[in-house]
Design a protein around this ligand. Structure first.
Ligand SMILES: C[S@@+](CC[C@H](N)C(=O)[O-])C[C@H]1O[C@@H](n2cnc3c(N)ncnc32)[C@H](O)[C@@H]1O
Length: 240
């Protein structure tokens, strides 16, 4: 696995973070060393997929990147006649994902689509995963996307939503500092941490846990709760 060295050198004028070829090369290392809890959440997505997948349905992974959550879903599902569908709008990421899917020998079929998850035509969904993807969607488009997913979901289906979250009051700085400590403990320098933070400032827009719960409930999900949290990173499950 190539080590993430993208922000090691002082970059002067920092552009916005993008899921380009340079990121695709180091993404598995980047996300593991940057997102507390990621290495727990991925296998649990497999466990949740096994529980909620329904026969002859679709399992969607939105913003599938290199396919970590998608492959966990593929290996988790035991119901018959299922298909796993991965969607991402970053060409470099999806190309690498296709390579990993091709190397992974498993009977459950996988389909990858290059495209915008806010526009995709979803059908017969029993499990939908948004693993650290909604945070990159413009906030004004988030409710419509969640509604689109709810409408395409079978009764009893599950939505897994993992996000970086923000907090009200003093908890924000407490959790944020623990996140930076996590990054330091994983070998990121102060310069890397601050340059990455600036690059993400306009593109990764976190909301509070309550904002997410309210949106899921508004879309119609009967149950919506957090099943995991590590510092300012959390994962929700919502059931139709
Ligand atoms: C943090 S990564 C997701 C990580 C991945 N789910 C995993 O578990 O390893 C976010 C992904 O969402 C994709 N993305 C962002 N906005 C998108 C959109 N509107 N349509 C499709 N993909 C999008 C990015 O290209 C990126 O690959």
């Amino acid at each position: 696995m190539s080590r993430d060295r993208i922000y090691v050198e002082n970059q002067g004028a920092l552009g916005d973070f993008a899921f380009d070829a340079a990121v695709a090369r180091v993404f598995p290392d980047m996300i593991k060393r940057s997102v507390p809890g990621y290495t727990t959440i991925i296998p649990m997505i497999g466990v949740i997929s096994e529980h909620y997948a329904q026969a002859n349905s679709h399992l969607y992974d939105l913003g599938c990147s290199l396919g970590a959550s998608l492959l966990a879903m593929r290996h988790g599902v035991k119901a018959s006649g299922c298909k796993v569908v991965g969607i991402d709008n970053a060409e470099a990421m999806l190309e690498q994902c296709q390579t990993y899917v091709d190397q992974d020998s498993h009977a459950v079929p996988v389909e990858l689509h290059l495209g915008d998850i806010t526009q995709f035509d979803y059908t017969k969904a029993s499990v939908i995963t948004l693993n650290f993807t909604l945070q990159f969607i413009e906030p004004e488009k988030r409710q419509a996307l969640i509604q689109r997913l709810y409408d395409a979901m079978l009764p009893g289906g599950a939505l897994i939503l993992s996000e970086k979250i923000r907090f009200e009051g003093q908890e924000q700085s407490l959790q944020e500092q623990l996140h930076w400590d996590f990054k330091r403990a994983n070998g990121y320098s102060e310069l890397e941490i601050s340059q990455k933070r600036s690059a993400l400032e306009n593109v990764l827009l976190p909301e509070t846990a309550q904002d997410h719960i309210d949106r899921l409930k508004q879309a119609g999900f009967t149950q919506a709760s957090q099943w995991y949290q590590c510092f300012n990173f959390t994962s929700f499950i919502a059931i139709k």
